[in-house]
Write a protein that binds this ligand. Structure first.
Ligand code: SF4
Length: 227
């Protein structure tokens, strides 16, 4: 099979055709809301975050509102998203800096976003892409990390290193949508436990096509024979 540089063009074309208009499943109406929703989405499903944020955004309409939030009250409100103490700390801390340094508006560059407490590259990339329509990198979440490995686009395990590999081969014009398309593909077809390789439109371009199913079949056969 050809190397990732030769395969990435056709992979992106197929992803665009299969998942047109890919965007984040998180619901938001402003850069502040996507920032808060993305912080909440760590280790939590987008559906669960979306079930919490309407009430949250009604109560806290501005960065100043979040910055002035009673921490215990906010923790209770976001508790279903998990890791609620850390997430409340990040939200209040980020909002505080947005108010004190950026006049209440979420900053629109990677450099500035990374100065906000609790905001690392993945969150910053999603805020830039979804909230500002800007791509300064590619957000590497669990789906992107898994698919980058299976598709042979990166051998790295650490998100920052996977992103570095992807930025070398994915054309800059595709950075904006790349995360959202891979997330959609990871949820619909290339699932963590049972990838649907037989139905995958990327099958001919994927070095892992069928191997994961075969590996499982062998494990299954091994279990049967050992009984
Ligand atoms: S062929 Fe299989 S492993 Fe490769 S991207 Fe498709 S579902 Fe994932």
């Amino acid at each position: 099979m050809e190397g990732p540089r030769k395969r990435i063009g056709p992979i992106v074309r197929i992803l665009r055709r299969t998942y047109p208009g890919s965007r984040t499943a998180l619901e938001f109406r402003s850069p502040l809301q996507i920032l808060v929703a993305t912080i909440l989405s760590a280790q939590c499903t987008d559906d669960r975050v979306n079930s919490l944020t309407p009430a949250l955004f009604r109560k806290y309409g501005t960065a100043a509102d979040f910055a002035a939030a009673d921490r215990t009250e906010l923790e209770t409100e976001i508790r279903p998203a998990g890791f609620f103490r850390n997430k409340a700390k990040s939200i209040v801390g980020a909002a505080g800096r947005i108010v004190s340094v950026y006049g209440g508006a979420v900053p629109g560059t990677m450099e500035e976003l990374l100065t906000l407490p609790g905001v690392a590259r993945k969150t910053a990339n999603i805020v830039l892409a979804a909230g500002f329509g800007r791509a300064e990198g590619i957000a590497v979440d669990v789906h992107v990390a898994r698919l980058a490995g299976r598709l042979g686009l990166s051998r790295e395990k650490v998100p920052e290193k996977i992103e570095r590999d992807l930025l070398r081969i994915v054309p800059r014009g595709d950075w904006l949508d790349f995360n959202f398309m891979l997330v959609n593909h990871g949820r619909a077809v290339c699932r963590a436990r049972k990838p649907l390789c037989a139905a995958c439109p990327l099958g001919a371009l994927c070095p892992s096509a069928g191997q994961l199913c075969m590996a499982r079949a062998k494990v299954g056969a091994g279990r049967k024979s050992s009984k």
